[in-house]
Design a binder for this molecule. Structure first.
Ligand code: GLN
Length: 497
């Protein structure tokens, strides 16, 4: 087994100990990227020489006896809505094509400070709007398990890059499920932290009250390590909580003895048999490990989706007003400023982004504001209160992450509502601001990975990760990546056993 497949912590340990050089590790990641990119299209930008230079600096530190940090020499991938100084950051949109941010996102800075080396920027649904990565202006990403399937979205490039073993760690953003849903569809772990645990400084805004950055990794331990590195207060984001990053590694072995786990009943009729079975099996595994497991109904969870699809577009319509042909990226000239703005936006934004801007603008317009935006905000409050009430009885909640296994490319592109339904189980955590994780749990009836979701109350990351670690132990190895491109032969596990 190659060191890269042993995960981020193992790579960092070997690099810090001088057993392997960061340059060697990065070369291997770049070689894998090269070998898989033609089939997968995970990347928007590849950072070959820059990555090599950064890796050399990590090796220099090791050579001089300085500690390069907990992610020393770990190759990572960054969703292309995270600002990287001097490196094109497109949000997979024509309107930002060629734009090079004059600064790094806080998360990017912290990762580099911990010794991680970015090998590329990953593909996403344009401005993170979508559930399949098919809304990218630069073509879709393919699911490494089955190239005819979507990787999920919007962080599909990051999820697929981890699932294909190109990098042991990648980063995405989750506004309504964009980390957890692709993680589930690609057989990797994905975390959406509590709103405010990770700084959004330098994350290009989609819906500011919902957006959070989080990690993808093959294991819960690596995802936890990554969150420890990127989390914690940041004066440059006023919504970021002034507290240290959650401590997660220390809880990994604690088990679930005595923990109260609520199994959400409300999605049973909305999800496939495979997804239902995975969640039920996961509940049984937790009970067998000593948790007190009970069914619970939070009917408001099903109201999350309609509320989300008003609030998110409303915030997006405001955030995306800044792309006016003057300050960023693309400009299409016109006879006057208004025509220039309109032509730029018509040429620069794809269909889904335009749809969201129109829905959001409508929902915020005079005369309709209260009926749409106001109503959605009231529903948001109801959803939050309902989950808070559930957490008085339970430490964590368990549910499917997605309604189905990865679907065929093109299957839902003609029907936006169908696509939106992919987010049914994930949006509530964004509306409430509470944390959630997706853990690979089974291979479904179509032979593709199925994740289960553990949700926790605000700042309950440690409990959530503790439970996820137990689930990971109980899950069959065949359900998780990395996989060779095109998937592995049935029954063959991650380590080739
Ligand atoms: N799929 C959802 C949407 O299209 C969520 C996207 C996200 O989390 N960025 O809005």
């Amino acid at each position: 087994m190659s060191l890269l497949d042993a995960g981020a912590a193992a790579v960092a340990k070997a690099v810090r100990a001088g057993d392997v050089t960061a340059v060697e590790v990065i070369e291997e990641a770049l070689a894998r990227l090269d070998a898989t990119e033609g089939d997968l299209h995970c990347f928007q930008t590849v950072l070959g020489d820059k990555a090599r230079r950064e890796a050399a600096r990590v090796d220099e530190a090791v050579g001089e006896g300085r500690d390069p940090g907990p992610l020393a020499g770990v190759p990572i991938a960054l969703k292309d809505n995270l600002c990287t100084h001097g490196i094109e950051t497109t949000c997979s949109s024509r309107i930002l094509e060629g734009w090079r941010p004059p600064y790094d996102a806080t998360v990017v800075e912290r990762l580099r400070g911990a010794g991680a080396v970015a090998v590329g920027k990953t593909n996403l649904d344009e401005f993170a709007m979508g559930s399949s990565t098919e809304n990218s202006a630069f073509g879709p990403t393919h699911n490494p398990w089955d190239l005819s399937r979507v990787p999920g979205g919007s962080s599909g490039g990051s999820a697929a890059a981890v699932a294909a073993g190109v990098v042991p760690l990648a980063f995405g953003s989750d506004t309504g499920g964009s980390i957890r849903q692709p993680a589930s569809l690609c057989g990797v772990v994905g975390i959406k932290p509590t709103y405010g645990v990770v700084s959004r400084y330098g994350l290009i805004a989609f819906a500011s009250s919902l957006d959070q950055i989080g990690p993808f990794a093959p294991t819960v331990a690596d995802a936890a390590l990554a969150l420890e590195v990127i989390g914690g207060g940041d004066p440059r984001d006023s919504t970021c909580l002034a507290r240290p990053a959650p401590r997660l590694i220390e809880v990994l072995g604690r088990g679930v003895e005595g923990l109260r786990v609520g199994v959400l009943e409300d999605f049973v009729d909305d999800v496939s048999a495979s997804c239902r079975r995975a969640a039920n099996d996961a509940a049984d595994a937790l009970a067998a490990a000593g948790a007190k497991v009970d069914a619970v109904s939070v009917p408001e969870a099903r109201l999350g989706l309609p509320a989300y699809y008003v609030i998110a577009p409303a915030e997006a319509s405001s955030n995306l007003a800044r792309y006016d042909g003057v300050r960023y990226g693309l400009r299409v000239e016109g006879p006057d400023v208004e025509a220039m703005n309109a032509r730029t936006r018509a040429a620069g934004f794809g269909r889904e982004v335009r749809r969201r801007i129109m829905i959001g603008t409508y929902a915020l317009s005079a005369g309709y504001y209260d009926a749409y935006y106001g109503q959605a905000q009231r529903v948001r409050t109801l959803v939050t209160r309902a989950f808070d009430a559930a957490y008085e009885r339970f430490d964590v909640l368990l549910s499917p992450t997605t309604p189905s296994e990865a679907f065929e490319l093109g299957a839902k592109t003609a029907n936006p509502i169908e696509m939106y339904l992919s987010d049914l189980c994930t949006v509530s955590s964004n509306l409430t601001g509470q944390p959630a994780i997706s853990v690979p749990y089974a291979l479904g009836d179509e032979g593709l990975p199925v994740g289960v979701q553990v949700m926790a109350p605000a700042l309950g990351e440690a409990l959530m990760v503790q439970v996820a670690a137990v689930l990971e132990q109980a899950a069959p190895a065949e359900a998780r990546g990395p996989v060779p491109v095109g998937g592995r032969a049935r029954g063959e596990a991650a380590d080739g056993a």
